[in-house]
Design a protein around this ligand. Structure first.
Ligand SMILES: [Zn+2]
Length: 338
């Protein structure tokens, strides 16, 4: 488990005094900056039997197990629906009609309680990683709280979230918080180049500086959806709300909302500060649309999109939501209020 280059300094700081590692750590930061990768690299380093310069050596038995995904003193706990993402497409499709739990369930916490009652296998540490930490079922959150109140010995509990405000305050207060920021642009661009991403600077901007998100968004199908959304939003007469929304199905909804939100945020940036942040290649269209836009309505839509983004992974009716958002967009950019 190699740490991402922009995480190494923070990892070394945290690991410089192993005796003072917290019982529980809450890793928070924007989506797509690699928080889970940070947590895994931290776990690997804590469990490593001969750390090199503070980090996992990658060669000892512990590191070997870790990279094989079967270290006996490490557990990663996610909702069923998130675990499914790692399966091959065929398997996921076969199970598509069987809904998977979106939350971390109390049974998953109980299984962990049984594990921590045993001694560690390698007579060292044990690391439990939970993500995303905002997805605990209320019963599971309460069970976890009990564990945090009486921390088991030699155990590091890591929670990862992009939305810390959605955690129980009592859970937050029992964790040491570690806020990860977006990396230095030069370092992120260099990493993206190593991932064979074309035009890494533009890709990074589109992802708001989050490199892992930038890599995902640069995939051909994702890039194609972005092109279509940007072309639609660029139209001087407004978007074809009904026609375009018809093509937005459940799997595309999350990205559609992301592109609409970044576009609206860029319109506000252009109007108020002069230059876009995300869609740097569409500056001309953005200035043209920003000129006639109703700033109040854009702010309102931006708030609505933030809420929609929270629900975008499981909307009740993707087409209706997309239609509604595009009509609100049209009202905002055409400067006509209902
Ligand atoms: Zn090692």
């Amino acid at each position: 488990m190699t740490a991402l280059p922009w995480h190494r300094a923070a990892l070394r700081r945290l690991l410089s005094d192993r005796a003072r590692l917290p019982h529980a750590l809450l890793v928070q930061g924007a989506p797509g900056i690699g928080k889970v990768e940070f947590a895994r690299a931290l776990a690997a380093s804590v469990l490593c039997e001969s750390p090199r310069d503070g980090l996992a050596c990658g060669e000892c038995p512990s590191c070997h197990w870790f990279s094989q995904g079967n270290h006996p003193d490490f557990r990663e706990i996610v909702p069923e629906s998130a675990a499914e993402e790692d399966e091959t497409e065929g398997e996921a499709e076969a199970k598509a009609d069987k809904p998977k739990s979106m939350v971390i369930k109390i049974e998953q916490i109980r299984a962990i309680a049984d594990l921590v009652a045993l001694s560690t296998h390698r007579a060292g540490y044990r690391v439990l990683l939970f993500h995303p930490a905002e997805s605990f079922h209320p019963n599971a959150a309460n069970a976890l709280l009990k564990t945090l109140e009486e921390p088991p010995p030699h155990t590091l509990i890591i929670l990862v979230t992009a939305y810390p405000a959605r955690l129980l305050p009592t859970i937050r207060s029992r964790c040491r918080t570690l806020a990860l920021g977006t990396p230095d642009t030069r370092e992120a661009v260099e990493w993206l180049r190593g991932q064979a991403v074309d035009d890494p600077g533009t890709a990074l901007a589109a992802a708001g500086g989050a490199p892992l998100l930038a890599r995902d968004l640069a995939q051909p199908e994702e890039a194609e959806l972005r092109r279509r959304v940007v072309a639609e939003l660029s139209k001087p007469s407004g978007a074809d709300a009904l026609g375009f929304a018809a093509a937005i199905d459940r799997p595309r909804m999350e990205r559609f909302v992301y592109w609409l939100q970044t576009w609206v945020s860029d319109l506000l940036m252009v109007r108020l500060a002069g230059a876009p942040r995300h869609h740097v290649g569409a500056a001309a269209a953005l200035s043209a649309r920003a000129k006639t836009a109703d700033v109040e309505a854009l702010f309102e839509l931006d708030r609505e999109l933030a809420e929609a983004r929270r629900l975008a992974s499981h909307p009740l009716n993707p087409r209706l939501l997309a239609e509604h958002l595009l009509m609100a967009y049209n009202r905002a950019v055409l400067g006509t209020r209902p």
